[in-house]
Design a protein around this ligand. Structure first.
Ligand code: FEO
Length: 170
């Protein structure tokens, strides 16, 4: 049976992943209202991916016999002035999530919970990808600058994001 301290921390992480999903869904809505349908598509898939992360933690906790108690999800921000501002926000948020995952690893190690350390390795690897894909888009948006035609081209590329990848197609 999983230790209470670890179960409690995983419960918090379920909430954090659901919040990430809610945040990205809010960004998708904002992009949609600005007719940036490619960015909307990318962000909606990202929101779904985050809900999947939450479910992954939930399934694990259930499998280990931990008590699950879903908490209220915080209201996300609702507007960003530019796609660059939105993706800088994503990048900062993902860095914060990486810190949370690392704290979870530290706790699981302290509690000598090898199964949880092992489960968390998937998330450690995932965070490397999440930070990288957000940062790559930030850098591309910086190159786009104030050019509406470059933004439209990028919007088209963002529309090509397949389900399994965080990268826009080249
Ligand atoms: Fe679930 Fe984007 O980290």
């Amino acid at each position: 049976m999983i230790k209470e301290s670890v179960a409690e921390a995983i419960n918090k992480q379920i909430n954090a992943e659901m919040y990430s999903g809610y945040l990205y869904l809010s960004m998708a809505v904002d992009f949609g209202e600005k007719n940036l349908d490619g960015f909307q598509h990318w962000m909606r898939l990202q929101a779904e991916e985050e809900l999947g992360h939450g479910m992954r933690f939930l399934d694990y906790l259930q499998e280990r016999g931990g008590h699950i108690e879903l908490q209220a999800i915080e209201k996300p921000e609702i507007q960003w002035d530019t796609p660059l501002e939105a993706f800088e926000f994503v990048y900062q948020h993902e860095c914060k999530v990486t810190g949370m995952i690392n704290d979870l690893v530290d706790l699981a190690e302290k509690e000598k919970d090898r199964a949880t350390v092992n489960m968390l390795q998937w998330f450690v690897d995932e965070q490397v990808e999440e930070e990288d894909s957000a940062n790559e888009i930030v850098q591309k948006l910086k190159m786009v600058g104030d050019s509406p035609s470059a933004l439209m081209m990028m919007n088209e590329k963002m529309a090509q994001r397949p389900m399994e990848s965080g990268e826009p197609e080249e």
